[in-house]
Design a protein around this ligand. Structure first.
Ligand SMILES: C[S@@+](CC[C@H](N)C(=O)[O-])C[C@H]1O[C@@H](n2cnc3c(N)ncnc32)[C@H](O)[C@@H]1O
Length: 283
């Protein structure tokens, strides 16, 4: 199959469920990231032949895309700010909203020469922790999750991006046994209600890890409460907490946070929804 035939096959097979722009984007990242070839150069040689392994990959990618498997799991990579991260079905695909949360922390700490300790609670691919380690070099960054396979992936990602993060295994339910004094807590914990499932797209529901996404409808603020309990004992006096949140839970969460005696600043995401909070002790 030539490169032109490959692209036509890709377009024809997928046009029922994706727009031409989406299909062209998927084709481009497969060619760039998996075949490690340059789409623009290939366009100059439309009759260049795809290798057998590349044809096999394209065929499989079409099958996967037809059942709405996310492209990031197909190519096993995701892009987060300036980072390229390995991902697999054990970890959430990093989101744009989370980039905004990280931008907020970096904005606040860029140029700060203190050696702060920062922890990312529920690290997944390590996208938050690795970004902080990359951009706020004089800080010590920690990242926790409760699964070794997830932590191995996060460690690999930090290695690939040439930074050190102290990743360790810990269950958020047992954060009360963590005696790490900390300057900054950042967390994007599971926060989607099970009742929201009916409005969610198949590519999220069928492929992304439910453990990373959903909380029990009976106690949807559980992770925030456990993190606030940890912060109560371990966050330094002038420390800060950055949370990504479910806009539907904002009012309830605000009440909870006030019980812990924190002031709140909020930010909206690109869709105009309250998605990020910064907490500071009321002194
Ligand atoms: C919403 S994902 C966030 C992942 C990543 N920080 C990001 O922003 O893309 C929540 C993370 O919390 C982790 N998690 C869920 N329950 C946990 C628990 N009980 N203890 C520790 N981590 C947990 C999941 O494995 C997942 O990586």
């Amino acid at each position: 199959m030539t490169i032109t035939e490959g692209k036509n096959f890709f377009l024809k097979s997928l046009k029922k469920i994706y727009s031409v722009e989406e299909i062209s984007y998927y084709y481009k990242i497969i060619v760039n990231e998996v075949f490690e070839r340059n789409v623009s150069q290939l366009a100059l040689n439309p009759n260049s032949i795809l290798k057998k392994s590349e044809c096999i990959f394209l065929n499989k990618a079409v099958k996967d895309l037809l059942v709405q498997r996310p492209i990031q799991y197909i190519i096993r990579k995701a892009f987060f700010r300036s980072l390229t991260l390995d991902v697999n079905e054990n970890v959430l695909i990093p989101r744009q909203e989370t980039e905004e949360l990280v931008n907020w922390v970096i904005e606040d700490f860029r140029g700060n020469s203190n050696k702060n300790k920062m922890i990312d609670i529920g690290t997944g691919s390590g996208c938050i922790a690795i970004s902080l380690a990359k951009e706020l070099k004089n800080n010590m960054i920690y990242g926790l999750d409760n699964d070794d396979s997830i932590l191995n992936l996060a460690k690999q990602n930090s290695k690939n991006n040439n930074v050190y993060v102290n990743f360790f295994r810990k269950d958020i339910n047992f954060l009360n046994s963590l005696n790490l004094k900390i300057d900054v807590v950042v967390s994007n914990p599971p926060y989607v209600l099970k009742e929201e499932k009916k409005n969610m797209r198949l590519n999220v529901l069928d492929y992304e890890p439910h453990k990373a996404i959903f909380v029990d409808d009976e106690d949807p603020l559980k992770f925030y409460r456990l993190i606030l309990d940890y912060a109560k004992l371990n966050l330094k006096t002038y420390g800060l907490i950055y949370f990504e949140i479910n806009p539907l839970l904002f009012n309830e969460l605000k009440k909870l946070i006030y019980q812990y005696n924190f002031k709140i600043k909020q930010r909206i995401d690109i869709f105009g929804k309250i998605r990020m909070l910064r907490l500071q002790r009321s002194l």
